[in-house]
Design a binder for this molecule. Structure first.
Ligand SMILES: NC(=O)c1ccc[n+]([C@@H]2O[C@H](COP(=O)([O-])OP(=O)(O)OC[C@H]3O[C@@H](n4cnc5c(N)ncnc54)[C@H](OP(=O)(O)O)[C@@H]3O)[C@@H](O)[C@H]2O)c1
Length: 272
């Protein structure tokens, strides 16, 4: 039985993964943003739950402290919370919200949970996206999207950051941890609820049923990676689509210089 912490587990892919993993008798710990939704899922599954809004980094640190107080070892951390954020807004911490919720917050959470992760030689999973290839225009000098912001570009950049973080986590902590990233497919969830245009059509109209996978199907790789043995089951540092290493990726995937820069700048932004 593994101790598996899943963020973004109050809904969608995370909730579906939590359901399947607790059905398989793992000790699942769910994290959500909305207290009522999180409590409802936790009650339904009979699992421990925590609430933290990743647009407030103090809540991320408090979450890490609460998890460390309860768990000496965490076998799997699934950094799954995230999404498209709409108009450019700054969080109370002063960072562009898409970048903070999808990248900086899980970066901080992973760093702060390191003692429990290292003890368990954990798998650290990032729910990335094909948006990293389709929409990212990554500029290491414009991590806050100050130039030519668009919601999808910011989202693509943040999801590319998930993959770069995965690669750099392997370089820096590969002896202790097995990081891995994946694209869940186009999944019919609450995702992109605030979007307009093609995204709205794809996710939030009657057409969605035809165009999207179910949350259970979207959770397949998260469940697979969480239960697989690193190296035997999957390649640490890899980015997976449909349970196979992705063939078509953003050209910056594998760029060790950019990945190291992103790590260093994330640390500097967080004053770690
Ligand atoms: N659906 C897709 O087609 C698709 C494709 C590629 C990648 N993804 C990625 O898959 C992951 C899960 O998305 P989903 O499709 O399951 O969407 P979802 O149904 O909207 O679920 C998103 C989850 O993230 C949480 N979350 C959102 N903003 C947060 C914040 N500021 N602080 C803390 N938690 C926050 C939500 O919490 P509350 O519900 O409690 O607010 C919810 O649990 C995301 O990282 C998304 O980018 C999705």
């Amino acid at each position: 039985m593994k101790t598996i912490v899943i963020t973004g587990a109050s809904d969608g892919i995370g909730a579906a993964a939590a359901h399947e993993l607790s059905r398989r008798k793992h000790r699942v710990v769910i994290v959500g943003r909305d207290a009522a939704k999180t409590a409802a899922v936790a009650q339904r599954l009979g699992v421990e739950s925590h609430v933290a809004d990743f647009s407030d980094l103090a809540q991320v640190s408090a979450l890490a402290s609460a998890l460390l107080a309860r768990h000496e070892r965490i076998d799997v951390l699934a950094n799954n919370a995230g999404g498209v954020m709409g108009e450019r807004t700054l969080t109370g911490d002063g960072f562009e919200k898409t970048f903070q919720v999808n990248h900086l917050a899980p970066f901080l959470l992973t760093r702060e949970l390191m003692p429990a992760l290292v003890t368990a030689r954990a798998t650290v999973i990032q729910t990335s996206s094909v948006a990293a290839r389709l929409y990212a225009r990554f500029d290491i000098d414009d991590l806050q999207g100050e130039r030519d912001y668009s919601a999808m570009k910011a989202y693509g950049n943040a999801k590319l950051a998930n993959i770069l973080f995965t690669e750099e986590l392997l370089r820096r902590h590969g002896e202790d941890l097995a990081p891995v990233a994946f694209h869940p497919g186009v999944v019919g969830t609450n995702f992109a609820a605030d979007s307009r245009g093609a995204m709205r059509l794809m996710y939030h109209t009657p057409l969605s049923k035809v165009l999207t996978k179910t949350p259970q199907q979207g959770a397949d790789q998260l469940v697979w990676l969480a239960t697989a043995t690193p190296r035997a089951g999957f390649e640490p540092g890899g980015y997976y689509v449909n349970r196979a290493l992705a063939k078509r990726v953003n050209p910056l995937v594998g760029d060790a210089t950019v990945a190291a820069q992103l790590w260093d700048r994330s640390e500097a932004l967080l004053a770690l």
